[in-house]
Structures are given as structure tokens and as C-alpha cells.
Design a protein. Structure first.
Length: 491
């Protein structure tokens, strides 16, 4: 009987899981919170050293649990885009890591000329934005004196959280990343599978400071902990790991993660589809020498609307209560909510849009407001799924995960609004399961075709076609409300 360990270095916590391959389930989990700091409005920073120490702590904890049992290896997954610069000789970070949500480089991105924007789009599949790592690296190179000095001395390393952790765990022997993490830097050519020379030259980022890029099922080095030497086998960014954990390998298969925000990732197989709707083209994974591409859409706010009902308005005692309240009324009584707290993403890309409730009457109750908030999540997902469908991808089933996927009302509403079944697995930690699966693939313990056998359907919500017309009408009302939420709806 073999154990595997999955390490998930997330934004707010680092977690490690012990996976029992024979039993096909997690048997132990350890978690440590990690801090974020917000030194200026719109800025987000993290301490890479803290992430490393906490990752070591949770890994140790898992190995303590494993005791004498055989542990075959460790698979990694991580928050994407967050950027770390460190000294190749000491392994120490030279400045705070710039978080993926950090907006400090927005102006730089906006100022890029059209030719560069088009080049970024064509080579990397991304819409140029402060979200991705390239502008974060450039910000550090310009503002951190040690970055310039180490660059001149040939000692500078720049990478995402995975690269930094692996560098530390291997004591500098491995300076590596994987294709999915690389595809979020705005520097990686997703077609040739290499750092893009032209983009590197345009941005003035030397290739030498970037890690070597490997496939998701590659070996990434060895880690020594508690008298054991374990291979670091398997790596993918968190959303991509979730896609693998959900067993989505065929064209049109995909998952929606209902967390603070909403993240959709759908496989497009061997074809990288350039979206005309503002979706991102990204690498889903590279396994067994084959690259799978995906379309990605995200909405900034989903579960955060529920958090706001609880913490901002004090309207509900806890998130789970939204289900009972929403089910206590037959509909939202004409109330619509648009969760544009900090703007709207695809297909609107309006940073100035703001949230609103519309359709309130004297008959409106707390239950109507709550129901409208949950419905807005399903409508956001519908808009993004429609964008993916518009690219010619047929979607006949949706797999779900994330905190808010625990809400049965929301999942049923989602099935009705999309008109396809919504499949919620027993194990909602799809990200960690993806890392465990990549580890098993990398070590040759499972093969790609058997991957879906490791995912167990928990509940499948079937669309209620009797509600089709009502849902369509409600969705149209939602879209009208979205136009009111936009700063410049006429554009
Ligand atoms: P993240 O990984 O983004 O921190 P999680 O996947 O842990 O998010 O999900 C947390 C989010 O899900 C919170 O915004 C919370 O409001 C929401 N949430 C949790 N449980 C429920 C529920 N039963 N119904 C609706 N929303 C929920």
C-alpha cells in the first residue's frame, strides 16, 4: 500500500494531504494559514519565506502521520502568477512576493502599445494584465536595488511560488517550473512550449533569470525531510490541477470552481483556441508528451457575495443559511443582483463597474435578496459557459468544486440555468487530488486513461427542463441589470 503526498500552496493557506492510492482517498490533511499584506490600496504582497517554512511544516506533519508506511513521492500545486525574486546563491527572497491580485502594474499594462498587446495575445494566450507575472518581475527589476545588483552578478532568480519552493526544498539544485505555471507569466509561448524570445526582448527580461520549464508529469527534484528522500513528482498550477483532479481530459470537459471568485476551465484538447470573447487560452496540462489546451474564464466575485451578506450586511448568520433562505421563497420576487464589487471580468472587462441590487419593491424580503445573490453566481457562470460555447466547444456536463458548491440550491439552479447536468464529486479538494494524480502519473503508478476512476461522483444535479423558460427570462433580466452596473454601458 502506497501513500502519496499532495502539497497545495494556496493564497491564504498551505496545505498538505496524504493520499492512499489503493483506497483512492485522502487519509490525512495538514494546514497552515499564510499571511498577505496590503501596503497600499490595490497592492498585495506575501512573504515567500513564510510560504516555504509553512510548506515544510505541513509536509513534516504528513510524514509524521505516514510513520513507517511507504511514501512514493510528493506532487505540488500552487497559487498561480504570484512572483518571487531570490538570490541564487543564498536561496533568500530579495523582496516581498507580489501577489496575483496585486494591481500595482495596471498602468504599465494599459500603456503597452497595440502591437505588443497583440503579440502577448498570440504567443501566450493571455490578455495583457497586471494579474500575470511579467509586469511584476519588471516592477521588482526597476524598484528593488538588490534585483539590479544580483542581475548584474548573474545571481538573480525569478519565478512563481512553485519554482521558489522547489528551489528551496532541493537546496538550489532544481530551478524549474511546469508548463501550466509558465503559461501564466505572459512570457511563455504556449505553442512552441518555450520562453518567447521576442517577448523577453521587448520586456527586457533575460532568459537566465527564469526557470527551466517541464511537463506536468515530470520529476522536479528530490526533497529531504524526516530522514526520507522523496521525489518531487508532478506539478501544476491550482486551477489546472483541479481540472486534472476532476478527470477532465477530453474536449468540452471542464470544471467550475465556486470559491471567493468563480473559475471556469474547459479542455479544448490538442487545439489552442484564441477566444474572441476575452477568455484566456491556457495550457491545461502536458502529460505523457501531449499538451492539452484549455479556455479559462473567471469572475472576480462569487462566494464573496455570500460573505458580504454575512459580514457586510449582517443579513445571514453563516454561508450555509443561504440555502434554506433561498428555498423558502418560490423565486427572487423580481430582485436581481450583479456581484461587480470590483468590476466585471470576461466578457465585459470593466474595472469600474460596481455591484447592484435591482427590482426591489416593498414586498422584497431578506430571502429574496439572498436568493438573488445565489442566482447571480449561476448567471455569471452561464455567461462564461456561453462564451466558451461561442468558441465552438460543446459543453454537455459541468463538474464543480469549491466552498460554495456545497450549496444544493446553487447547484440545482446552475444545472437549470445551463441546461446541463452539474456533477459534484465526493472529494471537493479537486486541486489536491490533481496534484496527487500528477504525482502518481509521474511515478508510473497510474496511467492517464485510468485517471477518471480516481474521481467519485457524489451528486449529479439534473436540469429541470420545466423551468427552462423561467430561467431564460430571469437570465435576460440579469443581463439587463449587468448593463446598468457597467460604467459605460453604451460601449
Ligand atoms: P477560496 O478558496 O476562494 O478561499 P473556498 O473554496 O474555500 O474559497 O470557498 C469559500 C467561499 O464559499 C466563501 O466566499 C463563502 O462565502 C462561500 N461558501 C461557503 N459555503 C457556502 C454555502 N454553503 N453556500 C454558499 N456559499 C458558500
Amino acid at each position: 500500500m502506497k501513500y502519496l503526498i499532495a502539497l497545495d500552496a494556496g493564497t491564504t493557506s498551505v496545505r498538505a494531504f496524504v493520499y492512499d492510492l489503493a483506497e483512492k482517498k485522502f487519509v490525512y490533511r495538514a494546514q497552515q494559514e499564510v499571511g498577505q499584506s496590503f501596503p497600499q490600496p490595490g497592492w498585495v504582497e506575501q512573504d515567500a519565506d513564510e510560504i516555504y517554512y509553512k510548506a515544510a511544516y505541513v509536509l513534516n506533519d504528513c510524514l509524521r502521520f505516514a510513520g513507517e508506511k511507504e511514501v512514493a513521492g510528493v506532487g505540488f500545486t500552487n497559487q498561480r502568477e504570484t512572483t518571487v525574486l531570490w538570490d541564487r546563491e543564498t536561496g533568500e527572497p530579495i523582496c516581498p512576493a507580489i501577489g496575483w491580485q496585486c494591481r500595482r502594474t495596471s498602468d504599465w499594462c494599459r500603456a503597452l502599445d497595440d502591437a505588443t498587446k497583440a503579440l502577448v495575445r498570440a504567443r501566450t494566450g493571455l490578455v495583457p494584465d497586471a494579474y500575470f507575472s511579467a509586469s511584476k518581475i519588471l516592477w521588482d527589476l526597476e524598484h528593488i536595488p538588490a534585483a539590479k545588483r544580483l542581475l548584474a552578478e548573474g545571481r538573480l532568480c525569478a519565478g512563481t511560488v512553485d519554482s521558489y519552493l522547489i528551489f528551496k526544498f532541493t537546496e538550489g539544485r532544481s530551478f524549474v517550473t511546469d508548463v501550466t505555471n509558465a503559461s501564466r507569466t505572459m512570457l511563455y509561448n504556449i505553442h512552441t512550449l518555450d520562453w518567447d524570445e521576442e517577448l523577453l526582448a521587448r520586456f527586457g527580461i533575460p532568459r537566465e533569470i527564469l526557470p527551466e520549464v517541464r511537463a506536468c508529469d515530470a520529476r522536479f527534484g528530490e526533497i529531504s525531510l524526516r530522514d526520507r528522500v522523496l521525489p518531487i513528482a508532478g506539478l501544476a498550477g491550482d486551477q489546472q490541477a483541479a481540472l486534472i483532479g476532476q478527470g477532465c481530459l477530453e474536449v468540452g470537459e471542464g470544471k467550475i470552481t465556486y470559491g471567493t471568485g468563480l473559475f471556469l476551465l474547459f479542455s479544448t484538447g490538442a487545439r489552442a483556441i484564441a477566444s474572441s470573447n476575452g477568455l484566456l487560452t491556457t495550457i491545461g496540462c502536458r502529460i505523457g508528451g501531449r499538451t492539452m489546451y484549455a479556455l479559462e474564464g473567471s469572475a472576480f466575485h462569487a462566494g464573496s457575495g455570500v460573505q458580504w451578506l454575512r459580514d457586510g450586511l449582517g443579513l445571514i448568520p453563516n454561508a450555509a443559511e443561504t440555502q434554506t433562505l433561498a428555498e423558502s421563497v418560490p423565486d427572487s420576487g423580481g430582485v436581481v443582483f450583479v456581484p461587480a464589487f470590483t468590476g466585471l471580468g470576461a466578457p465585459y472587462w470593466d474595472a469600474e463597474a460596481r455591484a447592484l441590487f435591482a427590482g426591489i419593491t416593498r414586498g422584497t424580503t431578506r430571502a429574496h435578496l439572498v436568493r438573488a445573490v445565489l442566482e447571480s453566481i449561476a448567471f455569471e457562470a452561464r455567461e462564461l459557459v456561453d462564451c466558451i460555447r461561442a468558441e465552438g466547444v460543446n459543453i454537455s456536463l459541468v463538474r464543480c468544486d469549491g466552498g460554495a458548491s456545497a450549496n444544493d440550491f446553487l447547484m440545482q439552479c446552475q444545472a437549470d440555468v445551463l441546461g446541463v447536468p452539474v456533477d459534484r464529486p465526493q472529494e471537493r479538494e479537486s486541486t489536491a487530488l490533481g496534484a496527487a494524480m500528477l504525482c502518481a502519473l509521474s511515478l508510473g503508478l497510474v496511467d492517464l486513461h485510468s485517471l477518471p476512476e480516481y474521481r467519485f461522483a457524489g451528486q449529479v444535479f439534473m436540469p429541470n427542463f420545466a423551468r427552462k423558460d423561467v430561467c431564460e427570462a430571469e437570465y435576460r433580466t440579469y443581463r439587463t441589470a449587468v448593463r446598468r452596473a457597467l460604467l459605460r454601458p453604451e460601449e
